[in-house]
Design a binder for this molecule. Structure first.
Ligand code: NAD
Length: 284
């Protein structure tokens, strides 16, 4: 069994981004800028935003966070995003999800200029990604694809089962795998017999939010298991959706939580923002 080390791969990507930022600054006088919009006081969302701000600082980006109260009206969020759309120092805009229930998330995501949509959530980018055209791609599934590339894991013809079908994780993951010629099954809460699918998969990718959902008897010997889930247990520890200790011995490769997909998500956000800035100067 080999661990897929998301932490060190993320560091490698971030070192590359840092180098490119220096070049961009020196040669074009441009500093990539990321704006984060966060609404409400969800502690997990605030923790993610601080991690993103810290990562931006480390690679030399300019970053700003627009923190808004839970009670804010939709139109006010739209105004802020429009402002960022027109701000030449901002190359990437990220709206931290989830948004409060009174806000129409799809409407908000559609306001972001697709050229600054570094999260890849705008329908324009989703459509281009599905079609296999160049686009911004959602950071978490993109991070998983980067892991496959780094570890020379071939996808063509492989049976891949994706567990979880959200717009930000499962669906884009499935599209990218399909574009890489894998045979993809997408499962979700209404799937009748989850184990019957995962048991025959060469690769299982799970992003659900249920600790230890994937047990040892649900994966075949030699499978590759990618755990996207992030769950905080009552004792404060962080676990994924896979019963890691029991499943790992059966796997050829597995990602840990923490230290797996999580750090890759941040790395791909930085990479997408760098690309957005490079596109402005016609470098990419
Ligand atoms: P979501 O709630 O939007 O979607 C969950 C999906 O899982 C849905 O499609 C649902 O049908 C499915 N599901 C729920 N229970 C299931 C079950 N028992 N069996 C099979 N399918 C089930 O969540 P999300 O935003 O997609 O996030 C999923 C998980 O991934 C969460 O733990 C989240 O914290 C994590 N996540 C991690 C990263 C990262 O960087 N590693 C990024 C985004 C999300």
């Amino acid at each position: 069994m080999q661990l897929i080390d998301g932490k060190s791969l993320s560091k490698k990507v971030q070192d590359y981004v840092q180098l490119e930022v220096k070049k961009l600054k020196k040669e074009r006088g441009i500093v990539p800028g990321l704006a984060v919009v966060i609404v409400g006081d969800d502690p997990a969302s605030h923790a993610y935003v601080s991690m993103k701000e810290k990562a931006c600082k480390n690679v030399g980006f300019y970053s700003i966070a627009h923190k808004m109260p839970n009670t804010i009206m939709q139109e006010e969020i739209i105004e802020i995003i429009e402002m960022m759309n027109h701000n030449p120092h901002i190359h990437g805009i990220l709206v931290q999800l989830p948004l409060p229930a009174h806000i129409d998330t799809n409407r908000i995501l559609e306001v972001v200029n697709p050229k600054k949509d570094v999260d890849g959530f705008h329908a324009y980018n989703v459509g281009r990604m599905v079609t296999g055209l160049e686009s911004f791609v959602a950071c978490t599934p993109l991070g998983v694809m980067k892991m496959f590339e780094e570890y020379n894991i071939e996808l063509e013809g492989k049976d891949v089962v994706v567990v979880g079908a959200s717009n930000i994780v499962g669906k884009p993951m499935a599209s990218l795998l399909l574009n890489a010629n894998a045979t993809v099954t997408v499962t979700h809460i209404y799937t009748k017999d989850l184990a019957s699918h995962t048991k025959r998969a060469d690769i299982v990718i799970v992003g659900v939010g249920v600790p230890a959902l994937i047990k040892a008897d649900m994966v075949k010997e030699g499978a590759i298991v990618i755990d996207i889930g992030i769950n905080r247990l009552e004792d404060g520890s962080l676990v994924g959706d896979v019963d890691f200790d029991a499943v790992a011995p059966k796997c050829s490769y597995i990602t840990p939580v923490p230290g797996g997909v999580g750090p890759m998500t941040i790395a791909m956000l930085l990479s997408n923002t760098l690309h957005a800035a490079q596109q402005v100067v016609g470098k990419k």
